[in-house]
Design a binder for this molecule. Sequence first.
Ligand SMILES: Nc1ncnc2c1ncn2[C@@H]1O[C@H](COP(=O)(O)OP(=O)(O)OP(=O)(O)O)[C@@H](O)[C@H]1O
Ligand SMILES: [Mg+2]
Length: 252
Amino acid sequence: MKVIAIANQKGGCAKTTTAVNLAAALAASDLRVLLIDLDPQCNASQWLGISPGTLGAFNALTTKDEISALVASSSVIGVSVMPASRELAYLEKALAGELAIESRLKRRLATLDDAQWDYVLIDTPPTLGLLTLNALTAAQELLVPVTTQVMTLSGVAQLMQTFEEVRDCLNPTLNLLGLVPSRVDLRTRNAQDILAALIERFGDKVFKAMIHESVRLAESPSFQQSILQYKPNSGSAGDYRALALELITRTN
Ligand SMILES: Nc1ncnc2c1ncn2[C@@H]1O[C@H](COP(=O)(O)OP(=O)(O)OP(=O)(O)O)[C@@H](O)[C@H]1O
Ligand SMILES: [Mg+2]
């Protein structure tokens, strides 16, 4: 079981789009995937067709409920989900006075049946607060989607600082799996420059697979389908299949 946190405190850099479609592409390769939605915005849960109020991540973090009871099946074939809820925004308050609250998710995931899942993907909110820290502490791997529409290096530098702090204090073996260039439009000089800057700074950590800008991809949440269901022959479906294959290679 590989646990992968998908994080970047920059809002709108395609964390959720990556989490949902990567999960679908891994599942299409016959891998068993659990997506944990740690974002109080609940975007991934809604995309996956979960009705509001379904028990999920908040209960996992705040109770001792059997974790398998907090996992639901989703509208994406082969993908199970531990849904988010608005209450996640108040997690800090709910855990006031408790110890080791950053490693809460890690301890809960230790009770999961290791043989039941191949990949656990964690979608995180656009902050470096307690929810993201729980994801980084529970994960073996960190995957960072980066938008190539606006210069993102300073934001990524801030994330790398948090990554180092988490390795120092909470999760020494956390590995930077890589950066996924997202919303790439290679017709623009801007995207080419940002891509070049990312490769200069992070070298091989930048995935060869990249996700191109696509209207189809932006539409697919409205249909509660992954891009592999919504437009299986689209370039975006191909992008996510390629990302899944590269990720499988990099994690084995
Ligand atoms: N490759 C793409 N082409 C076109 N639109 C995209 C692409 N990837 C993401 N988007 C759109 O960009 C917006 C932000 O994407 P997404 O919600 O995945 O980002 P996020 O990082 O999860 O955001 P947040 O930080 O709010 O959680 C969405 O409207 C989404 O549809
Ligand atoms: Mg999101």
